[in-house]
Design a binder for this molecule. Structure first.
Ligand code: FES
Ligand SMILES: [Fe+2]
Length: 400
């Protein structure tokens, strides 16, 4: 049975490498506060794709814990991000998650901001009121080959290394010219770490994901996966896919930089892409010439993960809502010139990762229930959970 550690340092001292985390890591409000300060508000988090912000005034809102950012295409064509907090008495300014506006109007007393965040109207504030001192506060925003990231730190990690080192890999899929054609939120009543730990391992895939496991090989152990990967390695070159592997994640992260990774994994022999039957669901991306029977996995920081198939990309973003709730946002992207109905069918495109995410949601909630029990005790991780183990170790290191 658990006995509550008295302090966070005691909790950390009690962490056993190679095991799941102690209960208080998921339940102690002090741990969450420290995570907000050391991890959540220091991380770049995927807020969308440039195809979603085309015209000046196009905006998207990213909510992370207590913070909310409005990302907007500005008058000069660049991207800007603002804290979604009115400079009058602090109301949320923008209550929609996306749209196009000329002005942002606070719903409380009607203060009005232009799309560059400048206060342009505020009634009855008297002659001495300085409008220019009450612009919306800026939030860090950056772009990595078409992917838009937000960070709630004024001194965010650099993304320059990721832009440079991921250029070749992301260029194959022409990430900059993809378009988002579907997006869905999956609220998960569980701690954000349980949600991400689950994403980081495929030990559960054979039991929880029959649809995914029919096509993908991630639930095989390393040696078996290498054997079934031969067909992919033989075909990659002729399909226009380069053999690239990048791992700057978890404890491999370069100091002061966002973590990032890219690698390729084979699917079972006859399958082309992540769909119901493994058949193509959209036009090939970028300069890819054919299906080599593999897909790529990408990650940026601790919260944003992508799967790039040869004909579409699925992005996963985990955002803490509070200590016990997480939002999993899933985006589906195809090549920018693909036409719905002619080149892809939305149901076919989204089917696999919708059923898989619904199943993940259930197992994460089950996990969370047990983790809250007085009988819960950290258990040993399998060798197939090495990425989850690295993630847990990284979390502990940030809290030290
Ligand atoms: S809080 Fe926004 S106008 Fe008053
Ligand atoms: Fe899963």
């Amino acid at each position: 049975m658990n006995s509550e550690p008295r302090s966070i340092s005691e909790l950390i001292a009690g962490y056993k490498p190679g095991h799941s985390l102690g209960q208080s890591f998921y339940t102690d409000p002090g741990v969450y506060e420290l995570e907000v300060e050391r991890i959540i508000n220091r991380s770049w988090i995927l807020a969308g794709h440039v195809s979603q912000l085309i015209e000046p005034g196009d905006f998207r809102v990213l909510n992370v814990g207590r913070e909310s950012a409005i990302v907007v295409r500005s008058k000069d064509g660049g991207l800007k991000a603002f804290a979604n907090v009115c400079r009058h008495r602090g109301s949320v300014v923008c209550t929609e998650l996306e749209g196009r506006v000329d002005k942002f109007v606070c719903p409380y007393h009607g203060w009005m901001y232009d799309i560059d965040g400048k206060l342009v109207a505020a009634r009855s504030m008297g002659d001495g009121f300085d409008m220019s001192a009450h612009s919306l506060k800026t939030v860090s925003v950056g772009e990595i080959h078409g992917l838009i990231f937000v960070c709630f730190s004024d001194n965010p990690p650099s993304i320059d290394g990721a832009i440079k080192d991921m250029r070749e890999a992301m260029g194959m899929f022409d990430f900059e010219n993809l378009k988002v054609v579907a997006q869905k939120s999956y609220p998960i009543p569980a701690n954000w770490k349980l949600s991400i730990e689950n994403y980081q391992e495929c030990y559960h895939c054979a039991t929880a994901h029959p649809e995914y496991a029919k096509l993908h090989t991630m639930m095989l152990d390393h040696d078996k996966r290498e054997r079934v990967s031969r067909h992919m390695y033989e075909r990659m070159g002729s399909c226009g896919i380069k053999d690239i592997e990048i791992n700057c994640t978890a404890n491999n992260t370069r100091p002061g930089e966002i973590g990032f990774s890219y690698w390729r994994t084979a699917m079972f022999n006859k399958y082309k892409t992540g769909s119901k039957n493994g058949e193509a669901v959209a036009p090939l991306l970028g300069d890819i010439k054919d299906y080599d029977g593999g897909h790529a996995d990408l990650s940026f920081g601790a919260f944003s993960y992508l799967l790039a198939y040869n004909d579409h990309v699925v992005a996963y973003v985990f955002t803490p809502i509070d200590q016990g709730h997480t939002n999993c946002e899933v985006y589906w992207m195809v090549r920018g010139d693909a036409e719905e109905g002619q080149d892809y069918d939305l149901d076919e495109l989204t089917w696999l990762w919708d059923v898989t995410t619904e199943a993940d949601k259930k197992i994460i909630v089950n996990n969370s229930k047990g983790v809250h029990s007085k009988y819960y005790e950290p258990g040993p991780l399998s060798e197939m959970e090495d990425w989850a183990s690295n993630f847990i170790e990284w979390i502990v290191a940030q809290l030290k």
